[in-house]
Design a binder for this molecule. Sequence first.
Ligand SMILES: [Zn+2]
Length: 116
Amino acid sequence: MKGNETIPQYVARGRALYDKLLSIGHTIEEQEVVWSVLGGLPEWYMGMVTTIEANAANGELDLDDIMAKLMIVEQRKSTKFGEVEAYYAKTPVKCYKCGEEGHIRCDCPQKIKHEL
Ligand SMILES: [Zn+2]
């Protein structure tokens, strides 16, 4: 997996390779592509890879299924780095000082004005 690649891009690359191999007459199972994709992931996905491997006994894996699971990990990772930004982007905030939406009391323009 390349440094700035996202999970959908990475899985799409695996799928493209799979389609290409099929089109040139290789007999390859989707399972084999799944394992190659899992094997190329950075270490912070290893927890999820272990979970996927454990569940693999219950049935066959496909690329859509692992992509959905890996995207959960990807989202968690980006949340960790951009936690504050994500919080303000997703949660409508309301100021308890002036009652306006879009900022919190600590950032209230009225408070700043008052303190200046
Ligand atoms: Zn305010």
